[in-house]
Design a protein around this ligand. Sequence first.
Ligand SMILES: Cc1cc2nc3c(=O)[nH]c(=O)nc-3n(C[C@H](O)[C@H](O)[C@H](O)COP(=O)(O)OP(=O)(O)OC[C@H]3O[C@@H](n4cnc5c(N)ncnc54)[C@H](O)[C@@H]3O)c2cc1C
Length: 545
Amino acid sequence: MHIVQTMRHNSRHFEPSALDSVGIVGAGPGGLATGILLASHGVPTTIYEADSKPGGRCQTVQDQGFKFDRGPTFFLMPEVLDEILALTGETAQSVGNLTELDPMYRLDIGWAGKVERIDAVRDLSQMKARLNEIFPGDGDAFLEFCRLNEKKLSAFEPVLRNSFDSPFDAFRPDFVKGGLRLDPFRSLKTVNASYFSHPVSQIAVGFQSKYLGMSAAECPSLFSILPLIEYGFGVWHPKGGCGQLMQSLANLFVRLGGTIRLDSSVSGLLVEGTKCNGVVLQDQSEHRHDHVVVNADAAWAINNLMPSHIRGAWGRRRTKKAKYSCSTAMLYLGVDGEVDLPHHTIRVAEEYEQNLRDISRDNGRSGVVSEDPSFYVCNPSVTDDSMAPDGCSSLYILIPTPNQKSGLDWSAELPALRQKVLGTLATEYGIDLSDRIRVECVETPQTWAQSNIEFGATFSLSHTLDQMAFRRPNHRWPGVDGLWMVGGGTHPGSGLPVIFLGAKSTAESILKSSGIENQLPASKPVAQLATFSTGAPSTKEVTHV
Ligand SMILES: Cc1cc2nc3c(=O)[nH]c(=O)nc-3n(C[C@H](O)[C@H](O)[C@H](O)COP(=O)(O)OP(=O)(O)OC[C@H]3O[C@@H](n4cnc5c(N)ncnc54)[C@H](O)[C@@H]3O)c2cc1C
């Protein structure tokens, strides 16, 4: 067993807290953020991580000098990470060495026998012009759309920043008022179609539902805030990738006095009566804590770590019947030479609607691999020379697939899918990788599932209305004192900034329940932090561009 030694931070001293200790199951982004918040309040905190490195779905995959992000590559809203780090003397920029990408990403959308290319930039006047070229009026609609979503983000803020400890919380006046403004009952697809005439424009502001592993038709319209988050806050690349950022957060947690125990798989929770008193590791050793925070995938943890009598409303039947996100097949390719692609390219097949049906049919159960799949390529070597050896490039290819409810055998499916995608790169982009691949690593829905992710659903429980807010696993586990949850499968949901906000609510609740003063500064409303490339603080001032 590898134990990361506890170190003290040189320049800061944190007073010991009233708590003996907190144990966290998992060093994913949610676990690390919770650990940093608690350790920076002087709470002795230990993270138990099953893997040999921190980061979870957001770790670095390394082979022969090539580095790949395993999962997240779009680092969004660094302002939220700043909030997590507020007491540590660090910022998102100081731990992440962030570069803002311009353009943010390239969209190649197959339509009517040709490809419409959109280089998404934060300059709204350029976006207006480009979308008006695609269909007259769609550019003007884009500005209105940004304005709508700024209001929606404000309305969503109370939901993002608070826990739902009881269904009655849903009736709090700020939730009710905000909820109505979110237009929750229509789908993202319907709302986008009401703003934009051309299907290509609709895809340009709707493909972001894939960040949640959903199609725009399944996704509640409140998630039209996702493009606002890109255009209002930018898309960032941490030096060395998002996995390196997680490693830096793990190092910071240790400097703050926290302990990370790697290769330490938790096999169960120590529940005595109605109190969770610690964790049991696979070697049967018991580790007692005042509080336990579970960061392992929520649905998996409920089924595999919780004794059945505490699962409550989330019994095995419910987790089995619940809706899950899609999964992904991943190719991590270390290749010779440069690759003529921008940092992020999203290739949307002409059969996009068919792709979505293939993946999500019967929530994945009858899912199949598409004939002509859409996919996303990350080529970080164009921005960051630390990702690959000199003269080489690290390519990350993500192909959305059905989750493992499908039962597909990926040892049989992957070779053909790989050939299709590499074939498309050769024919559509003129990038023939056949003799250039030096290193190849893969991830499939089956391997994701083996990493303790229920049904290999990479974006966890679906973000449908019936699985959000008080209907999603929440921060405080009901009926058991001292048991908490964080991460993409819990409220408020998946995506790094959202997971960080969930971690903040959880840590603040633990501090409060233990009578420890919360020393974090008051946060600024997130929507007010959005800026646009004109420098205006609000889209209201740029609607005349
Ligand atoms: C392919 C992909 C691309 C993504 N892209 C983006 C993106 O660009 N931007 C973005 O913001 N988000 C993205 N996400 C979504 C999300 O931000 C990440 O999945 C994120 O890593 C989820 O964090 P988490 O806190 O839920 O924990 P996880 O990353 O799921 O980590 C959980 C940890 O718990 C550990 N664990 C599990 N079981 C045990 C056990 N029994 N004992 C001890 N430890 C255990 C695991 O090993 C893991 O380290 C992406 C996700 C995927 C999969």
